[in-house]
Design a protein around this ligand. Sequence first.
Ligand code: FES
Length: 111
Amino acid sequence: MESVQTVERRFACNDGELAPGESMTVPRSGPGTVAVAVYRNDDGAYYATADTCTHEDWSLGEDSDLEGNEVVCPLHMARFDIRSGEALCFPATVALATFEVVVDDGKVYVL
Ligand code: FES
């Protein structure tokens, strides 16, 4: 899936604040924006997708399990690739939008 970009750079956290294997939610920043889930995989790389599971209304940044580069929604066990947003199994069939993440001067931003 093609990356979706927000109009402004949004601060997520300080670099290192999110441990490998963890995720967090960056709230909407205004009209036309969506909440974004930021993940840090076991290698320390950051990825970001839309926060809401495409199956039902569930925050992946606040409550999910990160297994390598796959996020598992605990509500009905859908899996997504955090690099591409691709839905990997039922019940989700629609990919998550993805966002670019940049680390600048020790701070992590979502674009
Ligand atoms: S809400 Fe995520 S799998 Fe159902």
